[in-house]
Each structure stands twice: as C-alpha cells, then as structure tokens.
Design a protein around this ligand. Structure first.
Ligand code: TXA
Ligand code: MG
Length: 339
C-alpha cells in the first residue's frame, strides 16, 4: 500500500471528499490538513480503525486522542459543552484550541448509555478532548457525519508534519491517503485546556496564546507544575484504572478470578473464571487493542477482586497493550489502596 495524495483545490472538492469519506467509512486512515499540523485520522466510532492509528504511528502507548468535530453541535454530542467550555468554543472555534471536557453519555435514544466515540479514543477515561479545526477537514467531517480521532501524523518520536510531504515521508507506506492542502498556517499543535469543576487548566501550550483565553474568561488558567511532563497530559492523574487487581501473564485461572484471554488457546482452568472476555480469539492485536478498555470495564463490573490477564505478544500493538495493562496493574496511591 502506498498512500494516495488527494490534492485540495480552491473549489470543486466534491469527489475528493467523497473518496476520503469512503476510506474512513471502510475503517481506513486518512491524513488530514489542519491549521496547526497534519493529523492522522480515523473514524472515532470505529475501535479497530482507531487502533490502526497507533499501529501506523508505532506508538508504544495508548495516549487519548483528540476527537475532531465539524461544529459545536457535533462536539456537544461527544462531550459536555457548557459554561467556560461553551464560551471558549463559541469564541475560538474553528481554531487551534482543544477543549477537554467530561465525556457525554446520551440518556435517551438508540445510543443511550454509550459514549459516541470508541473508548480507545479517550483511553477509557471519562473525559474527551474536542477540537474544531479550520479548513478542508471541517468539510470532510461534516460530510462524513462522525467525529475523527486524530493525533499528529508523525511516526512516534518524530517531528509533527506541517506539509503533506512530511506525512508521506514518515507514513506513506502505512496509511491510505493524505489530503494535501498545502503548508499548515499555524505550524504548532493546538493549545489544550481542560474544563472541570475546579476551573480551567492549561494542559498544553500551543497555537492559541494562553493570554487570549485568560482574557476571554477573565481569569487565570491553572498550569501544570513546572517540569511536569506536558507532552502527554492524558497520561497524568485521571487515567482509567480498574478497581480489581490485575494479575498479568496468567497461564492459569484461580477460582473467583475474572479472565481476560487472548488468542484461541485458553489458559489452564479457564472454566473457573467468574466471567471472561477474549481480546481477540484469532490473535489479532488490532482487534485486541480496540477491545482493551471496554473488556476491562466489563470484567471490572463483575465485581471480581482479581482479573487474570493472559500473556499478550510483545510485537506491534502488543507493546501498547502491555504498557496499558502494566499501568492498570500498578499499585495506586490513595485511600482505596491497600498497598
Ligand atoms: O493541533 C493538534 O492538536 C493536532 C492536530 C492534528 O489536531 N493534534 C495533536 O494530537 O497534537 P496529539 O495526539 O499529538 O496530542 C494530543 C494530546 C495528547 O498529549 C493527549 O494526551 C492529550 O492531547 N489528550 C487527549 N485526550 C485527552 C483527555 N481526555 N484528557 C487529557 N489529555 C488528553
Ligand atoms: Mg503529537
């Protein structure tokens, strides 16, 4: 596979948009131009498509991803957009501002009880990062009708791309297409602000000056402590960890445990599990990644004190899965912890 370059024109982009939307609908990856940097996009509601983003980037971790939306109405279906978040969206969108807000869970209709985006987008957290970009991508999302999950379109550890050519150099053999709309005008990632009951907080400085945000809200943004690792704010505090303890690399299930299996070979004594899930019966790591967070949630809800986790291969997305499982298994500080 080599990525197709879709050249954005001043007018008459109907066919291009239809082609890109078709790729996304089929679960493919399309690199998208935004005013900040090029993003690597997949259908945010399709877990396997989102897992392919991590695979293509060679990212060893499941950082939560920004859900890109076409307008405020779409944003409001994905996250709780009110108060300061709504004021910031009304004033600075479309633009280089990402808002982290509580994840919305529809209370009625066919989607009741389920967030709009797949749990891999939010890394299983109860918050979601939302951004409405400037340019062709907003048109693509409107046409596609669903939010797009997209990190910057670089290989893990490399520079963020500000031209389609950069994307092709790094990812050309790993993605389906890139929409080439020329160089990015801002060239720096979006500013990320988290809105919660404790007030607005700057998670990542970026293309929109923090002062402009402070002026609009007429208050100072709280900031991360100097020296804190700001590159991946999603990896800090609020990451989802199950209540149950995790026992990794389990080749045998003990009575009363829940089981997270992988592959077609069941661990010894699997029948003793109070409840079990299989990340991928066929041993497909992309499928496994797309199921990781929802399966952990389901097993945790069973009330079992321990989740036995079968060994996961260490290659490809297996590395990110293992990283996530190690974090979930690590002893946690706080009153609920017994050490
Ligand atoms: O300008 C940008 O923001 C570009 C373009 C493509 O939109 N995207 C981008 O994505 O820079 P990425 O994945 O490289 O950086 C997004 C950051 C990550 O550090 C992630 O941890 C954080 O956003 N993030 C995403 N969801 C979050 C959440 N729910 N809570 C806290 N941080 C979150
Ligand atoms: Mg990045």
């Amino acid at each position: 596979m080599y990525a197709k370059r879709l050249l954005w024109q001043e007018t008459g982009n109907d066919e291009l948009l239809a082609e890109a939307a078709d790729i996304l609908r089929a679960g493919g990856l399309v690199a998208i131009p935004t005013e900040t940097v090029y993003g690597l996009a997949a259908d945010a509601t399709n877990g396997e498509a989102v897992a392919r983003i991590f695979e293509a980037k060679g990212r060893p971790r499941f950082n939560p991803l920004i859900a890109h939306v076409a307008d405020t109405a779409m944003a409001g279906r994905c996250g709780e957009l009110k108060g300061d978040a709504l004021r910031l969206a009304a004033h600075f969108w479309p633009g280089p501002l990402t808002l982290v807000v509580p994840l919305a869970v529809p209370s009625g209709g066919p989607l009741a009880g389920e967030p709009v985006v797949h749990p891999l987008v939010t890394a299983g957290q109860k918050s979601i990062a939302l951004r409405r970009p400037i340019g062709p991508t907003a048109e693509l999302i409107a046409r596609f009708g669903r939010p797009l999950a997209a990190p910057s379109a670089n290989r893990s550890g490399q520079l963020s791309p500000t031209r389609a050519g950069h994307v092709l150099e790094q990812l050309g053999d790993r993605i389906d297409a890139v929409i080439d709309a020329g160089p990015c005008t801002v060239g720096l990632e979006s500013t990320i602000v988290a809105i919660s009951d404790e007030g607005p907080r700057l998670l990542r400085p970026g293309g929109l000056a923090a002062e402009a945000i402070e002026e609009l809200l007429d208050r100072r943004l709280r900031r991360l402590a100097p020296g804190a690792h700001v590159e991946a704010p999603g990896m800090l505090a609020s990451h989802y960890a199950p209540r149950a303890a995790l026992r990794l690399n389990a080749t045998r299930v003990e009575a009363g445990e829940a089981l997270l299996a992988f592959g077609e070979k069941a661990p010894e004594n699997a029948a003793a599990a109070v409840v079990s899930r299989n990340l991928s019966v066929t041993g497909d790591l992309v499928e496994a990644a797309s199921r990781l967070f929802s399966d952990l949630h389901a097993l945790d809800e069973s009330g079992a004190a321990v989740i036995a986790v079968a060994p996961i291969p260490a290659h490809g997305l297996g590395e990110a899965i293992a990283d996530r499982l190690r974090r979930a298994a690590a002893p946690r500080p706080g009153p609920a912890s017994s050490g």
